[in-house]
Design a protein around this ligand. Structure first.
Ligand code: HEM
Length: 185
């Protein structure tokens, strides 16, 4: 087991400890109101934009907790017909305060290999994850995306979302909608 290029010796037991599967600690108290979002979600979606052909896709989303005040989010999609890999993204849903009257303040950070990053602020009330973008930025060679509006609705083991974007010179409008079912809690 190497310790990268660092010349300091690795702490005793480092290699063995890091190779072990992570234990699943109890959820952080701030995360408890988000328990309904945890799990592996699988389903299908439909997308389009004025500049591209409409498309159908399948999707897998994983939302996990690790005893800290956030959920880790990872998503991948495939073309419905060919199974070719399409969009992937990952990020964190951060809980940024106590729930008040059942409404939890959250922030979402997401990064995409297309060079786009998003930061949203919003709330989760047990059903709606309502988000407003506070930052949408692109790497120098990324396609121009200036606004992204994501809306998620949780209904038991069903998670639906829509995504609108302002991109490549077009005003804010629909890009995606999908319906996912929880396959594993
Ligand atoms: C489920 C997630 C998504 C899927 C399946 C998806 C799929 C697609 C497909 C198939 C295209 C057309 C081919 C291409 O340019 O690659 C496309 C274009 C595009 N998508 Fe998405 N996308 C997703 C999420 C996003 C998100 C989150 C953003 C922005 C934050 C985004 C921004 C764009 C842009 C800017 C284009 C190019 C439009 C153009 O060049 O005219 N997409 N997407």
């Amino acid at each position: 087991m190497s310790w990268g290029t660092c010349k300091r010796p690795a702490p005793a037991g480092y290699g063995a400890r890091m190779a072990e599967p992570l234990p699943s600690p109890p959820p952080h108290p701030l995360v408890a109101p988000l328990a309904g979002l945890l799990g592996v979600w699988v389903g299908a979606g439909h997308g389009g934009y004025p500049t591209i052909e409409p498309f159908d896709y399948t999707e897998r989303v994983e939302l996990t907790q690790a005893g800290k005040p956030f959920l880790a989010y990872s998503q991948r999609t495939r073309a419905a017909g060919s199974g070719a890999p399409l969009h992937v993204e990952s990020g964190y849903l951060r809980v940024v305060g106590e729930a008040a009257a059942g409404v939890v303040p959250v922030e979402l950070v997401v990064s995409q290999p297309s060079g786009i990053v998003e930061i949203h602020t919003g709330t989760f009330d047990g059903r709606e994850l309502a988000l407003r973008p506070v930052l949408v930025a692109g790497a120098p060679t990324a396609k121009a995306v200036t606004e992204v509006v994501r809306r998620f609705t949780l209904d038991g083991d069903l998670l639906r979302y829509t995504l609108e974007m302002a991109a490549v010179g077009q005003p804010l409008q629909w890009h995606l909608e999908a319906e996912l079912r929880r396959t594993r809690a």
